[in-house]
Design a protein around this ligand. Sequence first.
Ligand code: BES
Ligand code: MN
Ligand code: ZN
Length: 509
Amino acid sequence: MRLRLHLLESLPKLMDFSLHFGNLETKRTDCLIVGAYEKQKLTESAKQIDQASEGGLVKLLKREQFKGKPGDVLLFHQLPGCRADRVLVVGLGDPKALSAQNYSQALASAGKALAATPSQKALCALLEAEVAGCDLRWKSRQIARIFADGCYRFTQLKSEPEDRPALAQVDLHCPDKTQSAAIEQGVREGQAIAAGMKLTKDLANLPGNLCTPSYLAEQAQKLADRYPKIKTTVLEAAEMETLGMGALLAVARGSRQPPKLIVLEYTGARPENPPIALVGKGITFDAGGISLKPAENMDEMKYDMCGGASVLGTLMAAAELNLPLKLVGVIPACENLPDGNAIKPGDIIKTMAGHWVEILNTDAEGRLILADALTYTQRFNPKAVIDVATLTGACLVALGRHATGLFANDEALAQALLKAGETSLDRAWRLPLWKEYQEQLQSNFADLANVGGREGGAITAAAFLARFTEKFTWAHLDIAGTAWTSGRDKKGATGRPVPLLVQFLLDQA
Ligand code: BES
Ligand code: MN
Ligand code: ZN
């Protein structure tokens, strides 16, 4: 049980950022980060360093044939005239056309290159670059988020974690003293988003044997312990029974782990305000049930709770930022396994909303547990409900790994989420929810079937959820393609869509 106790201590801390004014070359730091454009055109900070090194920087950039494309990086050690142990030069492309996306890509490469050195402290001078359409607050938010996220490592389950020290502190060089407030605000937001992403990634990367529904519930309780404005309630199977949650209980029957309905309330505004509700799929392992999945890559189905984890991460960030909002988080959590007591294809169950559902494929379990969770959410009288789920392989096929699938029964909510995705560069793409798709869910024996065939699989899954959300403003985010990356060496949770959701909440606040 020691391992368990250790893992329970893992609510993330914020990375330490502070503002830096004045000279760059005289500042002692493990790594100084400066930007350079194409054709060796330097930023102001890089110019300072070049002068201090008597033209040494430009000479080295020429020798190394530094192209300066966004994302190019070059690391120098002990540059003459500069007290930093290392100087990391980051390409920023064309100075007249630096887009938000290229800037963020440059930050990501810088963060990665920095994390590959043993630097514990860094001094970052990338705030001064002009980015089209972006202010200092946005730039500060991106720097803090991307640097903190860039040094994420999951080492809890290695008996001998690398002893390379991790980055602990970043000084942000400020071009303009009068703008400190905007920069500090952006940094706070970026730190909180990164901490929320870390919580999401840690929970997601934990394997199914450790991150069970009960474990998720304990983590939700930890959030309530840390943040006075968060209250956590966990509903057990008996209460689900009383509420008539036949769909959630049907999925949970295939597993020995007790199901949990995790409910979090964040009260940052007057309690009588109608809340925004976030509902996250929390299948801690999806083997498919009796409609068992093939063995290949089945381990990745430990990530089937990423929606739930991102709800916890988003609420943590909201609490960290003290957002003046009322929020509710609802996470239906269970496993989808093929036990002797499991539901079978052809079984018909009754949902909390009263609809009878014919289960034609036990692997379409996400929509079942979400149906009951969405119905339950109605009691909070929400002004908007957003569910987040690794719902369909079809969404991954449709949009690849770049965009989250977005569905909504409300135009304004859809637009607000799309905009938050653009701002945070954690993007979503809208797919239709036309009533024609409902035909695919018809059942001969019940009110509806839980699958709609191969065609438009992401849409028919959303169409199923739509039957349980008619009474409120609702959006659905299918994160099957964006919540984690695959492959032996690249496998890992991404923390998405925490940046999108926190940006959406910032825009609402
Ligand atoms: N959790 C899966 C969806 C999934 C699969 C996400 C692969 C990411 C990668 C979900 O529960 C599921 O199994 N969906 C089925 C639905 C089908 C049976 C209609 C799917 O996508 O194959
Ligand atoms: Mn499934
Ligand atoms: Zn699933």
